[in-house]
Design a protein around this ligand. Structure first.
Ligand SMILES: [Mn+2]
Length: 426
């Protein structure tokens, strides 16, 4: 089913109804889902891809309603202040987002949302992990991603792309993939849907559609500037990101209502300040905020990406004293790891250092013998590459725990997690 061109706000309403019908009436549905960390990039990639693929068509891909699904429960939206700061720019509200809470309970999922009635497009990851993966992994029909290709998505993806390449933000790849079809829409070749949907005159039609476009463009732009530090992070920014930013800024400027007063740096600072403010969150919420898990060789690896330094986490836990002691951090991390049955748990920080530069740290914890062996292997094989420089460390029969400064700033979780997984593999 194709949908007429509409605002993002109206589109999300239609998408939610479409998913409900798939569940209650066993109708076919296409879902677009980001990775389990559900960072801003995953969320905007899925919403923007779903929206544009639902209202645009090309020779190989007819317009089909795509449902953007956030890979988190509804309650976890609140752990993402940068998303909450962004939503008003796209004129959407938290309640309109479609989350794991909109799927049937896990126990009946297979019966109520039949795998054979579903198609899944992955954005910002290329292997469907966890419980959804166990049921729907072989229903994946397309991918747009900037992580290492795990080879799980079929080579021939038909009407959906199989696009995996390096970029700062996955949303940049989504935009560059969809822009031609999006522009054809704006040229008016199929813009009558807007007039019909609105019941407006064609004069008003253009003002309305340019506003809709600018709202979608801001949603996409936010991830690109967050993931590339407003195109200033030389380790992450690629040509794809630069092209996407130029294009999205132009889309925003075409809208008379927003374009005149839009300033990209002000916009970046607003979203980035919201992202960095972890003060309302508890230690456990900070670890959950940007969390990914893998199973390798029967061992579970958990990783939390954090936008403040380890010293911030220590002060969060040692709230009654300003102690820089790592013991409480170690204990709280062990608790987090045990609750998730992890064998290895890692915290990766990336933050602005006091001298204004950018810095990274890596903390790695193992809680059982198999984890100890994997961590030793990781530390032996990757210390040099990552330029790890130790500070806190404790190794005994109970745990293996190291905190390092990571001199190699170009390696984020995208590079570090595969090294950990490799050390865990047989
Ligand atoms: Mn990403």
């Amino acid at each position: 089913m194709a949908v007429p061109r509409n605002s993002l706000r109206a589109f999300l309403g239609q998408a939610k109804v479409n998913l409900q019908r798939a569940i209650s009436k066993n109708e076919k549905v296409t879902l677009v889902i980001g990775n389990e960390s559900a960072d801003l990039d995953s969320i905007t990639s899925s919403i923007v891809y779903a929206y544009l693929r639902s209202i645009t068509s090309s020779a190989q891909s007819p317009a089909t309603l795509h449902v953007p699904l956030l890979n988190i429960p509804k309650a976890d939206i609140n752990l993402r202040p940068e998303l909450l700061a962004l939503l008003p720019h796209a004129n959407i509200e938290q309640d309109q987002l479609i989350t794991l809470d909109d799927l049937p309970d896990l126990d009946d999922m297979k019966q109520l949302l039949l795998p054979e009635s579903t198609r899944w497009v992955l954005v910002d990851h290329n292997a469907l992990q966890g419980k959804l993966g166990a049921i729907y992994a072989d229903r994946v029909v397309g991918v747009v991603d900037h992580h290492t290709d795990e080879g799980k998505v079929p080579k021939d993806t038909g009407s959906e792309p199989r696009l995996i390449t390096t970029s700062g933000s996955c949303t940049s790849l989504v935009i560059n993939h969809c822009r031609e079809a999006w522009d054809r829409l704006s040229c008016g070749t199929s813009s009558t849907g807007a007039a019909q949907a609105q019941g407006d005159t064609l004069m008003e039609d253009e003002a309305v559609t340019s506003l809709w476009d600018a709202q979608v463009a801001q949603l996409a732009l936010a991830s690109v500037v967050i993931d590339t530090l407003n195109l200033q992070d030389e380790h992450k920014t690629t040509e794809h990101d630069e092209r996407a930013v130029t294009y999205l800024e132009a889309k925003i400027n075409q809208c008379a209502k927003i374009g005149g007063r839009f300033d990209r740096t002000t916009f970046f600072n607003k979203i980035n300040d919201a992202k960095k403010d972890l003060s309302p969150l508890t230690f456990e919420e900070i670890l959950r905020k940007d969390y990914k898990q893998w199973t390798e060789n029967g061992l579970n690896l958990g990783t939390s990406a954090v936008v403040q330094p380890i010293s911030f986490l220590k002060s969060k836990i040692n709230k009654d004293s300003d102690s820089n002691d790592y013991k409480a951090l170690l204990e709280a991390s062990k608790k987090f790891a045990k609750e998730r049955e992890l064998c290895v748990f890692s915290i990766m920080t990336a933050y602005e250092a006091e001298n204004g530069g950018f810095a990274r740290e890596l903390a790695v914890l193992a809680v059982d013998d198999r984890g100890f062996a994997a961590c030793k292997k990781f530390s032996d094989s990757s210390s040099e590459k990552l330029q790890l420089d130790g500070s806190d460390a404790e190794e005994n029969g109970e745990h293996w725990f190291h905190v390092w400064k990571q001199g190699n700033l170009s390696c984020s979780r995208k590079q570090v997690a595969p090294l950990l997984r490799e050390a865990m593999s047989a």
